[in-house]
Write a protein that binds this ligand. Structure first.
Ligand code: ASP
Length: 298
């Protein structure tokens, strides 16, 4: 079994990951964690795009479960000598890993690799494709705060066009029964998604999830003056006042302070779940690794 997309998971598997993630979250708060569930297994992390949260949390997750973790140094690998992704996959497979976590700038690359591997492959973010473990950790964070996802009004706002996080979250949060509102600048909204104005999206929302403006994936210049994006499309205190009084703020990180979100809002401990999302990320990735490798340790 691979975890390439939210579609890779049945409803029962989603429920299991969220339940187990909540359990690992409490476990991780203990002073010592010495689980041996993945004892004797090898996990490879191959990140062809930059990462702080996803890379480190997968490494910590695998180590907390007792696995041996190898991080492929992409910058120093034979990719730089022109090796194809397929040949790299065959090479990694020959080393008999028990799970591979891959991030790649090309949408669909994890699927190409998975077809050549004998072990589970987890998509750690592929181009503008999907980022399934981010959506799972987001759903787990929402459940931690509200106790449920079903029926919540959730606004997802910003650069939806380039956001693999949004793509996975739209699938998952809809499946879990959330009432989604999507908003972003017209040039950063995919054609196939119904969008509204950010003020309408935030109005009455229980959760406001902001997305980073992914300038590295844009060919065109947004042409915005400093402060203009925040005023027109970002989360400001004035805009947040339209949400429910207990509304939570989320963002997958990294944050562009003063662009898609006012820095003070990101730091507000009463409203912002951003740091909790990071903590939940380790727990949910433990649940994912455990589920995917279960048949190998059975
Ligand atoms: N860290 C997330 C991702 O890799 C979101 C972002 O980069 O804006 O997709």
């Amino acid at each position: 079994m691979h975890l390439l997309s939210i579609d890779s998971l049945s409803d029962a598997q989603v429920a299991l990951i969220l339940d187990e993630g909540a359990r690992w979250f409490e476990y991780n708060r203990q002073p010592r964690r010495n689980s041996k569930r993945l004892d004797g297994l090898t996990v490879i992390n191959a990140f062809f795009e930059n990462s702080t949260r996803t890379l480190l949390s997968f490494e910590i997750a695998a180590k907390r479960l007792g696995a041996q973790v190898v991080v492929m140094q992409v910058e120093r690998s034979s990719i730089k000598k022109g090796e194809t992704l397929e040949d790299t996959a065959r090479t990694l497979n020959a080393m008999r890993p028990d799970a591979l976590v891959i991030r790649h700038g090309t949408s669909g690359a994890p699927g190409t690799v998975a077809a050549l591997m004998d072990c589970p492959v987890i998509n750690g973010g592929d181009g503008i494709g999907e980022h399934p473990t981010q959506a799972l950790l987001d759903a787990a964070t929402i459940r931690h705060r509200f106790g449920h996802v079903a029926g919540l009004r959730i606004a997802i706002c910003g650069d939806l066009k380039h956001s693999r996080v949004a793509r996975s979250n739209i699938k998952l949060l809809r499946r879990l029964g959330a009432d989604l509102r999507l908003a972003g600048p017209p040039s950063l909204m995919p054609d196939d998604l119904p969008a509204c104005d950010i003020d309408q999206a935030v109005d009455g929302a229980e959760v406001v999830m902001m997305l980073r403006v992914q300038r590295e994936r844009m060919t065109e210049d947004l042409g915005d003056a400093p402060g203009e994006y925040l005023d027109r499309y970002g989360l400001t205190a004035a805009r947040l006042a339209k949400a429910t009084p207990h509304a939570a703020i989320m963002h997958p990180g990294p944050i562009n302070r003063g662009v898609e979100i006012e820095g003070d809002l990101a730091d507000d401990p009463a409203r912002s779940l951003i740091i909790l999302q990071v903590e939940m990320g380790v727990a949910v990735r433990m649940a994912c690794l455990d589920l995917l490798t279960a048949e190998r340790v059975a």
